[in-house]
Design a binder for this molecule. Structure first.
Ligand code: SDX
Length: 422
């Protein structure tokens, strides 16, 4: 059986045979047969927009691999910085490489004093942390104008280190500003995640003691969020990056997409949903409302996973370890009941709706002391290496500028009427 398909234009009787390559059919092939005919796929759900060696998803089987390594193994036995190295450099670091990588990141962690004084202080006191972060990442491009040299691999490498290193510093500073707390500078003697937790929660002059269970949980959550193939925000990064914009505005655009409640903003929306449900006894009536189309069950459903999101399973297991330290989040019972009802109800089963990575993560974040406005900020810290790996890969491939076509549904050709005839 040939691994090909045949496309016939019945208007002309002309046919072409097109090879099936890695589950795709090259668009160039049919453009020759069907000039000016576009495949209509507005949300790109049946479109491959890139060749990528970074992450592999199998939605039916619920598989996720970064550079071939299963997420379960990476979550269990590697740190976030090891995974960041895997994503952006292509391989897990060995001992000496990890040591060098850690010190590069630690050295680049501080942000310019002007950032605190002139940028962060410019926001309203009640500004949402994601609005602050998205704006601040874009503002970084004004501090490093050389980042526009995107065709220089060494320049790209420097910017990748800077963005991974500074994301926790800016994120923690955005939080401290909103709480009216003094900024805490990064400590090069702390590991990446301990440093972030310290910059977030240190008060007064006494040293901040990072709980190892919470640190490990946070670090693993960063690993689980590090990349996810051509999701909305990563596709945004590749599209903006294809215009040869600098990496700061590219990552800012990606973070803007992530902010949406259908995407990374879902972890915050889940917590608000659980709080609104309020108590265990309200779950059934809430679910009736979901089935009536009154609201979505946030944290459920996925464009690719038509099975349990493998990350959700790991997050759920992690929750119990965190709650052993922080005490069980009172909203957990509501979340567990929602999952129990959904996994047994034909409405959700027929639509293949399962918990995704955002369903349980917010419960952990809240129990660790993060306000809901910080949840998508945490997702951003985790996803930054993924966005940068795709940005770098796209430029290495000398990809053309992203420029899809459309199906025009507007008025036909017409003349402009004089104003008194309109
Ligand atoms: C992330 O893509 C990625 O990889 C993203 C991500 C990553 O790591 O980057 O995994 C992170 O964004 C996870 C998703 C977080 N979002 C949410 O939890 C928000 C709630 N979920 C939905 O908004 C929705 O499931 C999406 C946006 C995630 C997926 O939307 P699709 O693929 O466009 O699915 P759809 O809207 O076409 O839904 C198909 C059917 C519809 O019902 P019918 O019209 O057929 O009757 O399922 C229903 C939908 O109404 N449906 C839901 C639902 N999600 C889909 N019904 C109730 N609750 C939901 N959550």
């Amino acid at each position: 059986m040939a691994e090909t398909i045949t496309i016939t234009d019945n208007r002309t009787g002309e046919s072409i045979e097109v090879p099936l390559v890695d589950g795709t059919v090259a668009a160039k092939a049919w453009s020759g047969l069907l000039p000016g005919v576009w495949f209509d796929d507005p949300s790109f759900s049946a479109t491959s927009g890139a060749d990528s060696a970074i992450t592999y998803l199998d939605g039916g089987a619920g598989l996720l691999r970064y550079r071939g390594y299963p997420i379960e193994q990476l979550a269990q036995s590697t740190s976030f910085l090891e995974v960041a190295h895997l994503l952006v450099r292509g391989e897990l670091p060995d001992g000496p490489q990890l040591k060098t990588w850690k010190s590069e990141i630690a050295e680049a962690a501080p942000i310019h004093e002007n950032f605190h004084k002139r940028i962060l202080e410019g926001f309203r006191d009640d500004a949402h942390a994601m609005g602050v972060l998205v704006s601040s990442i874009a503002a970084m491009s004004t501090f490093w104008p050389d980042s526009k040299n995107i065709e220089d691999p060494d320049q790209r490498r420097d910017e990748i280190v800077r963005l991974i290193a500074k994301m926790p510093t800016v994120a923690a500073s955005a939080y401290r500003r909103s709480e009216g707390l003094p900024y805490v500078l990064p400590d090069p003697d702390l590991d990446y995640t301990s440093n972030f937790l310290t910059m977030m929660f240190k008060t007064g002059d006494s040293p901040y003691v990072v709980d190892p269970v919470l640190r490990d949980a946070m670090d693993m959550l960063f690993v689980l969020h590090a990349d996810h193939e051509q999701n909305c925000s990563t596709t945004t990064a590749r599209v903006v990056g294809s215009a040869h914009a600098d990496p700061y505005v590219t990552v800012s655009a990606a973070a803007s997409a992530l902010y949406g409640p259908r995407h990374g903003g879902a972890n915050e929306a889940v917590l608000r949903m659980l709080t609104e449900i309020g108590e265990y006894g309200n779950v059934d009536s809430f679910m009736e409302g979901v089935k009536a189309g009154e609201q979505k069950l946030m944290g459920f459903g996925h464009r690719v996973y038509k099975n349990y999101d493998p990350r959700a399973r790991i997050v759920k297991d992690t929750a119990h370890r965190v709650f052993d330290v922080t005490g069980t989040n009172p909203l957990l019972d509501i979340a567990l009941k929602l999952e129990e009802v959904a996994l047994a109800d034909p409405y959700f089963i027929d639509r293949k709706l399962y918990p995704n990575v955002d369903f349980y993560s917010g419960l952990i974040y809240q129990s660790m002391g993060f306000p809901v406005e910080m949840f998508t900020v945490l997702f951003t810290i985790g996803r930054t290496p993924g966005w940068l790996a795709h940005w770098d890969e796209m430029l290495t491939q000398n990809s053309r500028i992203a420029r899809p076509r459309q199906r025009y549904t507007g008025p036909a050709d017409r003349d402009v009427p004089a104003i008194d005839e309109r």
